[in-house]
Design a protein around this ligand. Structure first.
Ligand code: M6R
Length: 607
């Protein structure tokens, strides 16, 4: 939610800020804005909508100055409008903020009593007004910012800039990530390292409660107890921070296409060179002792978790509870000794998932995480991190990160089953062989591209679409529906095939396409029966199966897509491809923005 950036540089800040915001736009694109200090004067430019509107504005109304802050917004408090866009300024101070100030109403009332009134509906303006108040009391910028931060409840990453201060920026972190970039006589802050990658490869990450005072030549960080601290400066590989479409029309298309190489990389990081063993990062966790699992996640990561339930229950033979993070902790689930919990997240910053992790850690559970961003909060607070190695994912709709999560969870399930002695050495080897087939079969699955494009033209005119799946295809049916809703804005639902007749079948008529995910497995016949029930009610069935399955069951269907036959373990990973492609090409056919769909942001760092 929202991306922030700041620069104390040697060159004009505005173009640098805009370039960095471009790399943060995946975090929100309701509005964008920048503020700079030029000859001591604080000035800002803001525009509603995507960053391009701010760039256009800057052509006509340029902003000079070598120090600046910038923001790209996903609206929480107050509609997307120019007035509500960041940076928020109150007299001599401007602020950009990612997060939510939970006590802002109370603070707003206090400020009003002091004669300081809000002009916007945002919680962030409260921060600027508080800082203004302390400055007017004679406090230095540093003390004013410190006192301001001390008043705030909730989650925030903040950067402050001050009138008359060309060589000062203040940053604070509580609950939302913030990185500091170290340049040569320059300093930067950014919501993540990607934003700063073209500027510097020397990054330090602020910890929870850190407060930083930056000048071009210095950095002073105090921790949550006010103690001076050093945060390690790490070298980030520029390659891992490369962000371009490589000739594709959308990042989403590129990210779907690169899955064979991404998953090769994921497998390489876990399977030994002789293909004999699955190797996890070194840890003290005894997999053989795991008796049950709780897996928690949001959105697409939740569907990866739900798929993992099938693997862990069927292969490892342990009970697994899966929950959406936003529901999990408010139920106050009891945690018994020896509980192991897995948290799945692409960003590693999802507020609900992080809060659920903290709940479980506090109750004494062993915490594992499957994350794509290794420096993220979820990674840093886990006992064992299993990186998914998907590389940077820019498309708001998660694709390669999902299949990488699935791959890691499948690897973990097989490793755990072997460690517990539930599968023998031969079965272990067979599963490793199956896992090694993922990249090749994903490549084959990608060749359905043209067939999917044709079907998508027809799907684009539908108002409702139903996805059906049985067994591990059920989570995938929900993932297919989520993808489609997210980027094409067509209403879609995923159901377990066998559940349709218990109610949702009432929705079926000749206008409703029904996508049936039916690999040739033990449940195939049952899936076909459920499909027949749909066709008997004039439903338009799009059947996805291997050629053998299509030969057996395609009579009377509206359309078919032929998938490669795959070993049962990895079938959900392979069938993720058509789910992604259907959503993508339907969005393209409808002309919606596949990379930046309306109302969404990639990283949801608010509850
Ligand atoms: O970063 P996370 O994996 O924790 O994000 C979880 C969800 O917000 C995310 O999967 C969301 O549902 C995606 N936009 C789905 O495509």
């Amino acid at each position: 939610m929202c991306g922030i950036v700041g620069v104390l540089g040697k060159h004009q800040a505005a173009p640098i800020l805009v370039e960095a915001l471009k790399r943060l736009e995946y975090r929100g694109y309701d509005s964008a804005g920048i503020a700079t200090v030029n000859n001591g004067t604080l000035e800002r430019r803001r525009a509603v909508g995507k960053l391009v509107h701010l760039s256009d504005l800057l052509v006509h109304e340029p902003l000079a100055g070598k120090s600046g802050i910038g923001h790209t917004r996903w609206a929480t408090h107050g509609a997307p409008s120019t007035k509500n866009a960041h940076p928020h300024q109150a007299g001599p101070v401007a602020v950009v903020h990612n997060g939510i100030v939970e006590n802002f109403k109370e603070l707003r009332d206090k400020l009003a009593k002091l004669g300081l009134y809000h002009e916007t509906e945002t919680d962030t303006e409260t921060v600027a007004l508080l800082a203004q108040h302390y400055l007017s009391q004679g406090d230095s910028p540093r003390l004013a910012a410190q006192k301001t931060v001390g008043c705030l409840e909730g989650a925030f990453a903040l950067a402050f800039l001050f009138h008359g201060e060309e060589d000062l920026m203040i940053a604070a972190r509580k609950g939302s990530p913030l990185a500091i970039g170290h340049g040569d006589g320059e300093m930067y802050v950014g919501s993540d390292a990607i934003a700063l990658a073209p500027l510097t490869d020397r990054i330090s990450y602020m910890d929870e409660g850190d407060f930083a005072v930056l000048t071009r030549e210095s950095l002073e960080i105090t921790d949550k107890n006010g103690k001076l601290v050093n945060r390690e400066i790490r070298k980030i590989a520029f390659d891992s921070a490369r962000v371009d479409k490589a000739g594709y029309k959308h990042f989403m298309a590129k990210e779907i296409a690169e899955q064979p190489s991404v998953l090769t990389n994921t497998l390489r990081n876990y399977i030994s060179a002789d293909d004999k063993n699955i190797e996890l990062p070194s840890n003290n966790i005894n997999l053989a002792k795991i008796e049950r699992l709780t897996i928690v996640a949001c959105g697409t990561a939740f569907y990866a978790a739900l798929t993992a339930k099938y693997w862990f229950e069927k292969i490892v033979r342990i009970p697994v509870e899966v929950d959406v993070a936003s529901e999990f902790r408010y139920r106050e689930p009891p945690v018994t000794p020896g509980t192991t919990a897995i948290f799945v997240s692409q960003s590693g910053e999802t507020a609900d998932t992080l809060a659920a992790l903290r709940y479980m850690a506090l109750k004494g559970a062993t915490v594992l995480s499957v994350v794509n961003v290794p420096e993220s909060s979820i990674a840093r607070e886990s006992d064992l991190v299993l990186p998914s190695y998907a590389g940077i994912e820019i498309g708001v709709a998660s694709t390669k990160a999902f299949t990488a999560q699935l791959t890691v969870l499948a690897l973990l399930a097989v490793k755990t089953a072997h460690a517990k002695g539930v599968i023998n050495d031969i079965q272990y080897q067979e599963y490793i062989t199956d896992l090694n087939c993922i990249p090749r079969l994903i490549s084959q699955a990608l060749s359905i591209d043209v067939a999917v494009q044709k079907v998508a033209q027809k799907l684009a005119t539908a108002q409702d679409i139903i996805f059906l799946g049985r067994g591990s295809m059920y989570p995938l049916a929900m993932e297919g529906a989520l993808k489609l809703k997210e980027i094409s804005y067509i209403h879609a639902e995923g159901y377990p095939s066998g559940e349709l007749k218990h109610g949702p079948i009432a929705l079926i008529d000749k206008k409703v396409p029904v996508v049936v995910l039916a690999p040739m497995d033990a449940l195939f016949e049952k899936s076909v029966s459920n499909m027949q029930e749909v066709m008997a009610r004039a439903g338009k069935v799009l059947l996805l199966s291997c050629q053998q399955g299509l030969n057996a069951a395609s009579d009377g269907t509206w359309a078919t897509i032929s998938m490669p036959a795959a070993p049962e373990l990895i079938t959900p990973i392979i069938y993720a491809v058509p789910a992604q492609l259907l959503a993508y090409y339907t969005a393209v056919a409808k002309g919606t923005d596949a990379d930046q769909p309306r109302n969404l942001a990639k990283s949801v760092t608010v509850e």
